[in-house]
Design a protein around this ligand. Structure first.
Ligand code: 13P
Length: 278
């Protein structure tokens, strides 16, 4: 059953406020990752969407935009971009360096095509059988390749008993198992509650704030105080209507955006909402 975590508050630390972290992040640029998923259908459309995305990003100077197109479009889009402001991500990659892995893309190949970021363990990949261990290997391999992993975590549903916290904890434990404390701040954690993905109603910023505290506390428990520096973004029905509020009150530094990122007007409005909210 889906319910607000506010109704069941099994962890006393959740009442703590992470004000010191909020203060520290005030000088940072926010991050918006445009996860195009398996869209659009042709290179021609991809170029059009990319040009609109670039233009929208240019008028939102305080937002770092990272585009995650389908891998097959990546190299050409990267080649058509001469600026420095946009980042590029591969939507998924193998932890293996090379070899007999039909259909897979390696991190060195993704990097060669222009990706500096890699989305790891997205729920749509987990639904196809990717495990927490698989995600952990890609996170470690990405850091090794000097790429930034965007580790996706999030529960399928919420329960009164707070089981969703255990799900996220295990995803973080395994996902960070190969990360040295000195590299924790190089990982972006994308909290994406699966039940919110694809809709128009995101989780409340207050619930996100609680989850952000939980994520930070979990990483501190596992890897020491450097875990305080972990960067967290939110995904799941992030829209032009809720983006500013989520960044203001959700204790996150950015958003992982799905369907709104392939709608030129809506994505431009989302970036502008963040820019205006500064
Ligand atoms: P939506 O923004 O379409 O909910 O998708 C979220 C997501 O899965 C981004 O990775």
């Amino acid at each position: 059953m889906i319910q607000s975590v506010n109704e069941s508050r099994p962890f006393s630390f959740l009442t703590l406020r992470a004000t010191d972290y909020s203060d520290r992040k005030s000088g940072m640029k926010s991050i918006v990752v445009a996860n195009w998923k398996m869209n659009p259908g042709t290179m021609r459309e991809a170029k059009k969407l990319f040009d609109a995305t670039r233009e929208a990003a240019e008028s939102a100077k305080h937002v770092s935009v990272i585009v995650a197109p389908p891998a097959i479009f990546l190299r050409e889009l990267r080649a058509r971009y001469k600026g420095k402001r946009l980042g590029f991500a591969i939507q998924q990659a193998s932890a293996e360096g090379s070899g007999a892995y039909t259909g897979d893309i390696s991190l060195p190949q993704a990097k060669d095509a222009g990706a500096q970021y890699v989305i790891v363990g997205h729920s749509e990949r987990r639904a196809k059988g990717e495990s927490n261990e698989d995600a952990g290997k890609v996170v470690a391999a990405a850091l090794e390749s000097d790429m930034t992993p965007i580790l996706c975590v999030g529960e399928k549903a919420r329960s009164h008993e707070g089981e969703h916290f255990n799900v996220v904890k295990e995803q973080l434990r395994t996902g960070f198992s190969g990360v040295e404390p000195g590299k924790i701040s190089k990982v972006l954690v994308a909290y994406e509650p699966v039940w919110a993905i694809g809709g128009e109603k995101a989780m409340s910023p207050r619930d996100m704030h609680e989850m952000a505290i939980f994520i930070r506390k979990t990483i501190i428990e596992l890897h020491g105080e450097k875990g305080m520096g972990v960067r967290i973004i939110y995904g799941g029905a992030a829209t032009e209507s809720n983006a500013a509020e989520m960044l203001r009150d959700g204790d996150v530094i950015g958003l992982l955006v799905g369907h709104v990122s392939i709608n030129e007007a809506r994505f431009a409005a989302l970036l502008q909402a963040l820019e205006n909210a500064r």
